[in-house]
Design a binder for this molecule. Structure first.
Ligand SMILES: [Mn+2]
Length: 418
């Protein structure tokens, strides 16, 4: 139950009852005008949704119902804290991370599968189908970037993340349709390159994150699953290959042993669990922090990019090649996240590509002189010519476009999909 003065309560409910599509930015602006308090639009939205829920319970179950709900909510919060502590305990005791993964696989209900409706190409002039590669990286879900401190350069919260993800989904779909006017695109690859949740590796993140890392991970995974399920209906196959980032780690200190143990790894497991009934999505979630994936016959090395710290890109690529090549793991391309911007390096056989970032510039990046836009890339691979094109997707374009995902998260996650 939300404790808020009656006057504000009535005013807020009045605003949303008068329109089927409330404009939260506008309501937040008017709220400040009427009550003289500045509240972020995501806060206003959360309040209103809670108030509407309370009203609904009161109407159907009376005061007792509200009380029961309050008790249930508190219990769920305690359980969430308890679960978090158990995760840390398990990890600290070096017990098997797989136990947690098993719990996720058993407890998560899958989203209902989507029908696969391939948009057939009318007449293709090219014999060889091409492969689309759309990395998802550095979502930093749960991080809050304050637009006021950023001077309006960027803003980030859960709602903006969801809007950007929805826009990304639609643009990937559009850009593939464009190609389909001349060639077929049966396979979509979505490498997930790490830093999916904000995590708690810095004190300032612990202080300013929007919610605890457990809820963030589950809600974020639920949104990403809906995005993948939407795309899966448009391709014969969708391959999701993942590597973990550096923000996923459970402790502030940097560790290299058991690097897979952390929030990204669990996030990927949640996404896979939500998508398990969709027959044409295949997940590869390894414990290694790099993967060689086959794209139209080319070897693409994917990793987060934090291993490339220090010396120049050319040197790092060279040493990786020297180590991997004798094992028959030669790579022609390399895809990374971590750098939070898009950049290409020619590495002789192809490209080392830094694939952007969903969060965009934050306070840290701006003050370190690393400002850039929130971008993602979409690339296409031809079986003979390799990477033949790269598109850039500017994600801030979707900030104010209301997404179409289901973002209602009940207190009990098992009821997530209803
Ligand atoms: Mn990052």
């Amino acid at each position: 139950m939300l404790i808020i003065e009656q006057e504000k309560r009535d005013w807020l409910l009045e605003q949303v009852n008068s329109t089927p599509h409330p404009n939260w930015t506008e309501i937040a602006r008017q709220y400040e005008e009427v009550f003289g308090e500045r509240r972020h639009r995501s806060t206003i939205r959360r309040w209103v949704l809670t108030l509407m829920r309370d009203e609904h319970i009161l109407e159907h179950y009376g005061e007792d119902g509200l009380l029961r709900d309050e008790v249930g909510t508190r219990r769920a919060k305690l359980e969430s804290a308890h679960f978090k502590k158990r995760v840390s305990d398990l990890v600290n005791k070096q017990l098997s991370h797989e136990n947690i993964v098993d719990v996720i696989k058993m407890s998560a209900q899958a989203l209902p599968p989507n029908k696969i409706r391939l948009r057939e190409t009318q007449k293709t002039t090219s014999e060889s189908p091409i492969v689309a590669v759309a990395p998802l990286t550095d979502l930093h879900i749960g991080e809050f970037v304050d637009t006021q401190q950023m001077g309006g350069l960027n803003a980030y919260d859960f709602e903006i993340f969801t809007n950007r993800l929805f826009g990304w989904t639609n643009q990937i779909s559009d850009l593939c349709s464009l190609r389909r006017s001349f060639v077929s695109v049966p396979i979509l690859k979505v490498p997930m390159l790490g830093d999916m949740v904000s995590g708690e590796i810095h004190e300032e993140l612990v202080r300013t994150n929007l919610d605890n890392v457990i809820m963030t991970m589950a809600r974020g995974a639920y949104m990403v699953s809906q995005s993948l399920m939407t795309l899966a209906s448009q391709f014969e196959e969708v391959h999701v290959d993942s590597v973990v980032g550096n923000h996923q780690r459970l402790r502030k200190e940097i560790y290299y042993k058991d690097k897979y143990v952390g929030w990204d790894y669990l996030f990927y497991q949640w996404v896979a669990a939500f998508c398990k009934d969709q027959p044409n999505i295949k997940f590869t979630i390894p414990k290694t922090f790099y993967q060689l994936i086959d794209v139209a016959g080319f070897n693409v090395l994917i990793h987060h990019g934090d291993a490339m710290r220090g010396s120049s890109m050319q040197q790092k690529v060279h040493s990786l090649r020297q180590a991997l090549q004798p094992q028959g793991k030669a790579f022609q391309y390399m895809f990374m996240g971590h750098y939070h911007h898009v950049e290409e390096h020619d590495i002789g056989t192809g490209t080392a590509l830094m694939c952007g970032c969903m969060k965009g510039t934050d306070e840290y990046a701006m003050l370190q002189g690393l400002a850039s836009r929130a971008t993602h890339v979409l690339t296409f691979f031809h079986p003979k010519y390799g990477l033949i094109s790269r598109d850039t997707i500017y994600l801030e374009n979707f900030d104010d476009e209301r997404h179409g995902f289901n973002d209602y998260v009940p207190e009990i996650w098992a009821e997530l999909i209803e």
